[in-house]
Design a protein around this ligand. Structure first.
Ligand SMILES: O=P(O)(O)OC[C@H]1O[C@](O)(CO)[C@@H](O)[C@@H]1O
Length: 542
């Protein structure tokens, strides 16, 4: 039966009508235990979901929906290595990337865990050699700069995690991440570097992605212009890929290639060899601690009953708002400067996974799917777009993520941490409970300002609180969102693991390029694009 014909779905619709405008003020007033009951723990993460527009009935109905849609069965099929990525006929086994040595996870009759650990060991050995200076550049100098070239899942994960774990990283080395085919990206990343001390990590699952291959080719030109010897490539370029043939064609020795597998989706690959630049930065031990964090949440997701299962709960709450409150967006607001790239990372994870309009049977869905994910670190966002969150016309459920302890190396600047966290707690409170017109009036505010200074509240948030932003906690956080996205895709009945929607633009860009460079006729080019191409050529003096 289709999702919107299920009795469980219709029961939620009816419940929504009954819920009406029930306010969080009322829900808290009616239940002194609400805050104590609506919290869960997974690994190091404390999850407060009391500030959600839900009652025990809502949660029960959402759980029943998850059961009716077979979320747990699909999860088990994923862990069992079944080909749940149906349109690409592939297993989905990123959970195997963090399985401890000795665990058995099979797909197509093959245990993948030993393969995972063989690559991890090779990465660890390489990282140690680069970090210690044993790995020398072509002229005998030690490597001081590492430039990761990749895009999408081959960039966002390591770039985000490097920012997050800067305090754990080798402070005497420079790490840069180049993704954009705009030459400015590579230019800015290399302009102050010495090629003799620079290592490029070319990260691409397919090794055919045009942006990455274009940048990698340009990087090789840049390096060889200084090093003046083809043989230097072996010391200054390594590859991370599933495509050995293409890596060799590019000129990188497969001995310097770190592999992974087609059962790792790009946006689920940061804990595979795609994380090599991160491992060089933070060292193998911290990287493995991060994997441990991922694994902790994997085990929770795999074994916790649905009422205690945090990723399932987060996924179901999202569905409640999207389908029954018309929420179109979801904000992720980390109160940590080090998580400045976290939401951008989640945008690919969530939107490339669940931005789908047909279900697994190829039928158009009749319900909304993945939200627009956005957000930047607090407190910056507060002085920019929080106005809309507090008083706009849209409901934007938000996750507030914070840490009890600042990172040790902040020294006396750690004193600012309480103020940072006070802002997080204050925002959750203001969004939930707002400020009534009576409260505004009681402050003596002039009547003509009362409406504008009233806060409706009832804006739902989840608060995620962890002791500190450590490698393990980072792994836990990422896995939490991976499995949240999984849960939502399972309920919606879509394939969360393909990404056909990115293909058309790639094909058209290839077709349009000769029109820009040579003025070639492009068959089928629409009139608007033709005019733009003409204007572009004129502006370029062509
Ligand atoms: O690692 P690759 O093969 O270069 O792909 C990069 C990115 O491109 C995409 O395929 C989208 O175009 C992403 O899914 C992927 O993470």
């Amino acid at each position: 039966m289709r999702l919107n014909q299920l009795p469980e779905w219709n029961a939620l619709g009816k419940h929504r009508e009954e819920f009406g405008d029930t306010h969080l003020r009322e829900l808290f007033a009616a239940d002194a235990d609400r805050a104590a009951r609506y919290r869960l723990k997974v690994g190091d993460l404390q999850i407060d979901y009391a500030k959600h527009l839900v009652t025990d009935d809502t949660l029960r109905l959402l759980r029943e929906l998850a059961e009716a849609r077979g979320v747990a069965e699909l999860r088990d099929a994923m862990f069992a290595g079944e080909h749940i990525n149906v349109t690409e006929d592939r297993a989905v086994l990123h959970v195997a990337l963090r399985a401890p040595r000795g665990e058995v996870i099979e797909t197509d009759g093959h245990d993948v865990v030993p393969d995972v650990h063989a690559v991890l060991d090779k990465m660890s050995d390489f990282s140690d050699r680069v970090r210690s200076g044993e790995w020398k550049g072509h002229t005998g100098r030690r490597i001081r700069n590492v430039v990761n070239i990749g895009i999408g899942g081959s960039d966002l994960g390591p770039a985000m995690a490097y920012e997050a774990l800067r305090p754990w990283s080798a402070r005497d080395m420079v790490f840069r991440f180049v993704s954009n085919v705009d030459g400015a990206d590579l230019h800015e990343a290399t302009r102050d570097l010495d090629a003799e001390e620079t290592l490029f990590i070319i990260s691409s699952k397919t090794f055919t992605t045009v942006e990455t291959i274009t940048n990698a080719t340009a990087a090789r030109r840049w390096a060889l212009a200084a090093l003046k010897d083809e043989a230097a490539v072996a010391k200054h370029f390594v590859a991370v890929s599933t495509n050995k043939e293409k890596v060799e064609e590019f000129g990188i020795d497969s001995a310097n290639m770190f592999g992974f597998w087609d059962w790792v989706g790009g946006r689920y690959s940061m804990d595979s060899a795609i994380g090599l630049s991160l491992m060089v930065a933070v060292g193998p031990d911290a990287f493995r601690e991060m994997l441990d964090g991922f694994h902790t949440v994997d085990e929770h997701f795999r074994t916790a009953p649905v009422e205690e299962n945090v990723p399932m709960l987060m996924g179901l709450l999202g569905i409640w708002y999207e389908s029954f409150f018309d929420a179109q967006a979801h904000a992720v607001l980390p109160y940590s400067h080090y998580l400045s790239k976290f939401t951008a990372y989640l945008q690919q994870l969530d939107m490339e996974s669940n931005g789908k309009r047909v279900d697994k049977e190829g039928e158009p869905v009749e319900w909304t799917t993945g939200p627009i994910v956005w957000g930047t670190p607090g407190t910056n966002g507060q002085h920019a777009y929080y106005q809309l969150l507090h008083q706009g016309t849209k409901v934007v459920p938000a996750d507030l993520i914070g840490f009890a302890r600042p990172v040790a190396e902040l020294g006396e600047l750690a004193g600012q941490h309480d103020l940072l966290m006070a802002n997080l707690f204050a925002q959750g409170q203001a969004l939930a409970f707002g400020k009534t017109a009576e409260e505004v009036r009681a402050e003596g505010v002039a009547e003509h300002q009362v409406a504008a200074r009233t806060f409706p509240g009832n804006r739902p948030t989840t608060t995620v609180l962890a002791p500190e932003l450590s490698p393990k906690v980072l792994g836990e956080l990422i896995a939490l969102y991976e499995h949240k996205v999984f849960t939502q895709g399972a309920v919606w009945g879509i394939d969360s693991f393909d990404q056909w929607g990115v293909e058309l633009g790639k094909v058209l860009a290839k077709r349009v390029e000769p029109a820009l460079t040579e003025g070639a006729e492009v068959p089928g080019l629409d009139a608007s694009t033709q005019a733009l191409v003409r204007e572009y050529r004129e502006l370029r003096g062509r």
